[in-house]
Design a protein around this ligand. Structure first.
Ligand code: ADP
Length: 490
């Protein structure tokens, strides 16, 4: 009987299920969107029950589409939107309220209060995270503070906290396992990434009782089995990683200095730093890349807020193009950006500038400039912002890197990838599989159950689509010079 791996990709807007075979080839994909709730300015909520229902539906559909039986699933791997916080009642299995999504800013004031009380360095030293509303810890506190009935229940162990991975494992095993993996734990502000323990001091600061927290497992280990009534078979659940970490694993960035950059709405860049938790001088995050057989591999993470969003702006606000991919053809009407620099600070500037008040600009305009120049400058801007982050990471980590692996919607743009290779003077590698996040979860699950024997076996499966080698080009240096001089004025 041919066996497969099911990857559950629990994203921010949709629940997806993807079935891979032993060659790492996608056999079937099913996907269901779920509702985004915006009850107040800055608040973003999900209904955890809807997440579970859409996920369950997607799993059944993917199995049917692949034309296989549930018994043919060797294992399940889970990857998930990170930091989103659910608290549920252990007895009824029902959430006590809406899930608070990673994008939600309602705890920004609480973070400011803790920062004013000089607590940010304590959190950073232990968790590698900046004290921000993004992470789970303050969201847990908010839920407990805002419903007086919950605190006593939490203290006596009647409630469970989890990120979406924990919640899905709980549902898949009908409440037998309350776990999270080390990568997801590392995004809570409660987990000490050096000792690999929930941290008493941080729990006290956020008033989170130990009884609420899941057991932390490796990213690749047999956790338990799905309840037989649910999918019609007891399938091992054996891999979990947060989405960015799963993509790093799916890209096989497994040695120190290897980097992946995801080009979507924003850019998410992660560099493997091996067994060293790097302390950043640029407010980048230190995080867990994965934990295998109890051994932790660390990573440094930085993001660019506006990347593909800049192309959306040119499309929707300026109507310069009809579809995002048209930007490439337009940019190719010119051989350079005609001295333009596009400052893509449409919602402030993140690392390494950290200027929330910065606004966008188009600089260096002269009479000869065309739409093609603007299109090209926009693509350069995405590559230049990524370059800023990658160079800062390299400096922080003290680890040079040789190649950059890429994924995400905008990585299909060949010109953008070539500009990235030139501007970084680095080889850029785009894989054949665009589902690198799901593939990473599948790899983690399959390694634990012997579906794949070793990481070396995975390396033999990984196939590139295209390599972009840096090309000698007089313009490159000028583009960088202009960028550096003009960014300094922002
Ligand atoms: P997300 O996961 O953040 O929704 P995707 O990975 O689906 O993002 O990528 C979509 C983003 O990439 C959009 O912002 C879009 O403008 C941009 N994009 C898509 N295709 C291209 C392309 N060929 N060239 C440049 N940008 C693109």
């Amino acid at each position: 009987m041919k066996k497969y791996i099911l990857a559950i990709d629990a994203g921010t807007t949709s629940s997806r299920a993807i079935i891979f075979d032993q060659k790492g080839t996608t056999q079937a994909i099913a996907q269901h969107e779920f509702t985004q709730h915006f009850p107040q300015k800055g608040w973003v909520e999900h209904d955890a029950s809807e997440i579970w229902e859409t996920q369950h539906k997607a799993i059944n559909e993917a199995i049917a589409k692949a034309g296989i039986t549930p018994q043919q699933l060797h294992a399940i791997g889970i990857t998930n939107q990170r930091e989103t916080t659910v608290i549920w009642d252990r007895e009824s299995g029902q959430p006590v309220g809406p899930a608070i999504v990673w994008q939600d800013r309602r705890t920004a004031n609480l973070c400011e209060t803790l920062t004013a009380a000089q607590k940010a360095p304590v959190f950073y030293a232990k968790t590698g995270l900046v004290l921000d509303a993004y992470f789970s810890g303050t969201k847990i506190k908010w839920i407990l503070d805002n419903n007086p009935a919950l605190k006593p229940l939490a203290k006596v162990g009647k409630l469970a906290f989890g990120t979406i991975d924990s919640w899905l494992v709980w549902k898949l095993t009908q409440g037998k396992h309350h776990v999270t993996d080390a990568t997801n734990a590392s995004r809570t502000l409660l987990f000490n990434i050096h000792t690999q323990q929930w941290d008493k001091e941080l729990m006290d600061l956020l008033e989170v009782p130990a009884q609420l927290l899941p057991q932390v497992v490796d990213s690749s280990e047999l956790i338990g089995h799905t309840d037989s009534e649910l999918l019609g078979a007891e399938i091992p659940i054996s891999g979990i990683a947060g989405d960015q970490q799963a993509a790093l694993f799916g890209q096989l960035c497994l040695s120190p200095g290897s980097v992946k950059n995801t080009y979507g709405t924003g850019c998410f860049c992660i560099m493997n730093t091996g067994d060293t938790p790097v302390v950043s001088k640029n407010k980048m995050l230190t995080t867990i890349a994965y934990r295998l057989n109890g051994k932790v591999t660390y990573a440094i993470e930085g993001s660019v807020f506006v990347a593909g969003a800049l192309i959306q702006w040119l499309r929707d606000q300026l109507q310069m193009i009809e579809k995002a991919p048209d930007i490439e053809e337009l940019a190719l009407t010119e051989k350079d950006s005609g001295g333009l620099t596009f400052i893509p600070a449409l919602s402030g500037l993140g690392a390494p500038y950290w200027n929330p008040h910065a606004t966008g600009a188009l600089m260096g305009i002269s009479r000869g400039n065309s739409k093609g120049h603007i299109a090209r400058a926009a693509l350069e801007a995405i590559a230049l912002r990524s370059r800023d982050i990658i160079l800062a990471m390299q400096k922080d980590a003290g680890t040079p890197f040789e190649t950059l692996k890429v994924d995400g919607g905008a990585s299909t743009n060949n010109l953008l990838m070539q500009l990235q290779a030139d501007l970084l003077n680095t080889t850029v590698i785009r894989p054949q599989t665009t589902e690198t996040t799901a593939l990473g979860a599948a790899f983690l699950a399959g390694l634990a159950t012997g579906y794949w024997a070793s990481i070396d076996e995975l390396k033999a499966l990984w196939q590139e689509d295209r390599i972009f080698s840096p090309q000698e080009n007089e313009q490159t240096e000028q583009v960088i010079k202009n960028w550096e001089a003009r960014m300094a004025k922002i």
